[in-house]
Ligand binder design. Structure first.
Ligand code: SF4
Ligand code: SF4
Length: 171
């Protein structure tokens, strides 16, 4: 009888301890989201794969295919091609491929670009079935963003400060 009472009291203590912990967590602020219906906004210093930046005035990519980023990449991830459009002073990028399977997110390409034409995206939602899914056509991606309805264009396209300048967003 005594043993049974001991077991019951231990069980009750354990039950109340569990409820105390559960209620404590219940009233704490929520830190999770209902993924994939909700996603978190990545902080400014987050490094997703690189992406081309659009000039807000012209609406076109800032990149003029100088290939400095291609040469700076230690992993040979980048392949850039450009064309000289009629009447234009500079070339314009016509193809920008990134092999993200080889990228170490080192940032050498972003640092090498003097015009802030590439930056790290905030993209963390990548899933694929083969390595080919990570060979990205960044020029096409930028064009598709322009065509997408507002709010469905992937990463924001506002111009950010060049890599050498301090980013005021960074806390
Ligand atoms: S992203 Fe910058 S460094 Fe790379 S090709 Fe374009 S302008 Fe040149
Ligand atoms: S972040 Fe580094 S490894 Fe990745 S593409 Fe740029 S230079 Fe290459």
């Amino acid at each position: 009888m005594k043993k049974a009472l001991q077991e019951i009291s231990q069980g009750l203590i354990s039950l109340f301890e569990g409820m105390r912990i559960t209620l404590g967590q219940f009233f704490k602020p929520t830190v999770t989201v209902h993924y994939p219906h909700e996603t978190l906004k990545m902080p400014p210093r987050f490094r997703g794969h690189i992406e081309l930046v659009r000039d807000p005035e012209t609406g076109r990519a800032i990149c003029y295919a100088c290939k400095l980023c291609e040469k700076a990449c230690p992993s040979d991830c980048i392949s850039v091609e450009g064309v000289k459009l009629e009447g234009a002073k500079k070339r314009s990028v016509s193809n920008y491929m990134l092999d993200f399977t080889k990228c170490s997110l080192c940032g050498s390409c972003v640092e090498a670009c003097r015009d802030g034409a590439i930056r790290f995206s905030r993209e963390y939602n990548l899933a694929g079935l083969s390595k080919d899914d990570y060979v990205m056509d960044l020029f096409k991606r930028l064009e598709n963003e322009a065509k997408a309805p507002e709010g469905q264009g992937g990463a924001a396209v506002e111009k950010q400060p060049a890599a050498a300048e301090p980013n005021p967003e960074v806390k």
